[in-house]
Design a protein around this ligand. Structure first.
Ligand SMILES: Nc1ncnc2c1ncn2[C@@H]1O[C@H](COP(=O)(O)OP(=O)(O)OP(=O)(O)O)[C@@H](O)[C@H]1O
Ligand SMILES: [Mg+2]
Length: 213
């Protein structure tokens, strides 16, 4: 599940690209969109029919019951902004792994600090039954605020696993219902490289509890 109550930090971008990645690897993947804005649902609706399939998780009105298609290898969940308190606990219960994208901005860093404090008190997370990692997103390297974000993420007691740059490739992919993994490799080489540590962490660490890397 991609989660962070701060709006616009990249939850949908991470969720859709992750689903795209799994689909291109021949894995059966379904996408669950918990956001009333329905952005990843819109993305999926736009997905060209000749692309590797990504299935949709149907949700009931309260978004509590998940109708997951049979035989899935992965379920990628896109959480809405402003998820706190009881709703946060309900969301955390649904996931084995949480990815938290954070933007290089003072407002986002402060909000992430508060959110992570709240998250670490959620039972499943406190008991290390849910794996968590943070991802720096929309990074412009060589900026002071990126250095501040790096220091903040590295200071956390949860793994900081990837840095994704600010790139038009994500916008272009989103427009077409695809992910960067489905674009011409030469156009997205830098972005593909930046995803590798995240994908390795997801693949290799399956089933182990959250811990600092
Ligand atoms: N690495 C990136 N490079 C360039 N643009 C990006 C990147 N990540 C996200 N964006 C853009 O930033 C905007 C917000 O991203 P996104 O919709 O993924 O955030 P979100 O956390 O899902 O937002 P919300 O809280 O509203 O659901 C979108 O227009 C998206 O295309
Ligand atoms: Mg979103």
């Amino acid at each position: 599940m991609v989660l962070n109550p701060k709006g616009g930090c990249g939850k949908t971008t991470l969720a859709t690209n992750l689903a795209s990645y799994f689909s291109t690897r021949g894995r059966k993947v379904a996408l669950a969109d918990f956001d009333p804005q329905g952005s990843s649902g819109d993305w999926l609706a736009q997905r060209p029919a000749d692309r590797a399939p990504i299935y949709q998780v149907a949700l009931d009105e309260a978004k509590e019951k998940l109708l997951i298609p049979l035989g899935m290898d992965h379920i990628v969940m896109d959480a809405p902004a402003a998820t706190h308190g009881k709703e946060l606990k309900r969301h955390v219960k649904k996931a084995q792994t949480l990815l938290i994208p954070v933007l290089p901005s003072p407002i986002d860093i402060r909000a992430a600090a508060r959110f992570i404090e709240e998250l670490l008190l959620v039972g499943r997370v406190a008991r290390a039954e849910t794996r968590i990692a943070v991802v720096a997103n929309r990074v412009k390297e060589q900026t002071l605020i990126y250095q501040a974000l790096q220091r903040f993420l590295a200071s956390l007691d949860i793994p900081f696993i990837a840095t994704l740059r600010d790139s038009q490739n994500y916008i272009r992919a989103a427009q077409r219902g695809i992910g960067i993994f489905e674009m011409p490799p030469t156009a997205v080489a830098v972005d593909l490289e930046q995803w590798q540590p995240l994908l390795r962490w997801l693949d290799n660490d399956r089933g182990t509890p959250a811990r600092k890397h």
